[in-house]
Design a protein around this ligand. Sequence first.
Ligand code: ADP
Length: 500
Amino acid sequence: MATIAIDPRVSGTTAEFISQRHKMYIDGRFVAAASGKNFPVFNPATGDVITEVPEAEEEDVNRAVLAARRAFDEGPWPRMSPSERGRMIWKLADLLEQHLEEFAEIESLDNGKPRTIARVADVPLAVDMFRYMAGWATKISGKTLPLSSGYDFHSYTMREPIGVVAQIIPWNFPLLMAAWKLAPAMACGCTIVLKLAEQTPLSGIRLAQLIDEAGFPPGVVNVLTGFGEGAGAPLAAHDLVDKVAFTGSTEVGKLIVKAAAGNLKKVSLELGGKSPAIVFPDAPIEQAVSGTASAIFFNHGQCCCAGSRLYVHEKVFDKVVEGVSKVAADIKLAPGLDPSCQMGPLVSDEQYRKVVGYIESGINEGAKIAAGGPVSGFDRGYFVRPTVLTNTNPRMKVVQEEIFGPVVCAVPFSDQEIDRIVKRANDTVYGLAASVWTQNLSLAHKVARGLRAGTVWVNCHNVFDASLPFGGYKQSGWGREMGEEVLHNYTEVKAVTVAL
Ligand code: ADP
């Protein structure tokens, strides 16, 4: 294995965790891969190897699925009282909260994001998600239904756990994505095999240790580290899995659908986006500038709902573009653990190359750079400067495709186009999120109604809450995460009719 270099800024607790021989969590035990293989984990701020983790393959997937199957078919978890289940999920939330600083460090080191952000966003939102879903455990219920076919029947529905759930998550919010997936499935009484993203496995491994400490019965949660093809694909295709929940690219989402066809397991997908932010001329300029800048630059643009297309009315276009460009130019790039860091490196070399490639393709197709550009000025690490492109047209790749980096295309619109702007905003294959910036109440609601997106923010962007359903129209996905809606992902409805 290559030399291991742990950042000297991490605390002793985190350094100790990172230096452990990492294991996966299967059937209540911490285990190596059946093959004994491991793969390296990199620090995106330097490109150095920080540790290695087991490489799950088909045999490990089988072991994990069989454990989850047994735990569902014979174990106590789905039969436990809902309040007992809720208390255990709450306990996990408490444990996570007690280790907030450690998780913020792990997340920053592994993913590259600023520790300051992980501390106030990723970890607390994950804690909230477990608490919110702990509350739902006792409130999942059916209805009684009056039948028109006669009075001699009593009919009711029940919501039952869907069974063994495979969950596959990405690297942009490693802990939070795990929480979005695990918490509702736990609340519904499902058993779970979670596959972490290969780029960012560390917070999920640490979370598995807390799941064990919280006392979840063996097999209820199994956590695998491995690659998409080696571990994700056999998991999505497995015949003993009842449902697969996936977050990632639209391209892989389509592969998941195909893999699920074998046993027609249920599928939910949270996929890509190319979200518009639309600024009308009456919007308070300062708020619109800082809001639309953070819409794209939050988490280095590595958000499926990043506001990557900025439509601005021509009356305020120059002011807004200048403002957003100034925000971009002033953002301090540094390793995530550096206290002065406002934006860290992208997650991986692959992602770095992809994003720089998009900026270059925009330039080659005639776009102008108002801020940032393809050169970062760093001699190591996967840093990309926050970039603002103007002079784009709707057919350019940078306008149509998801970049998943800190790159925004600013596009002006005129008075004559106000009615058509919703159509332009809807003109991609995606439909995840959008934001509207105006003081005009009826215009805001009218535009919100016209947008084909699962989330519309007015005078804000990237506002998340465990209670708000999140997911996409069109090729941005199937089903919703969070809120009451997510319970549909993890339950089956049974109609019972009794002849009286
Ligand atoms: P990104 O391109 O942003 O890395 P992906 O959609 O490739 O996003 O990956 C998201 C998750 O899907 C990761 O956990 C990855 O390992 C997994 N994955 C990738 N390919 C497959 C596949 N063919 N089947 C199942 N899971 C996959």
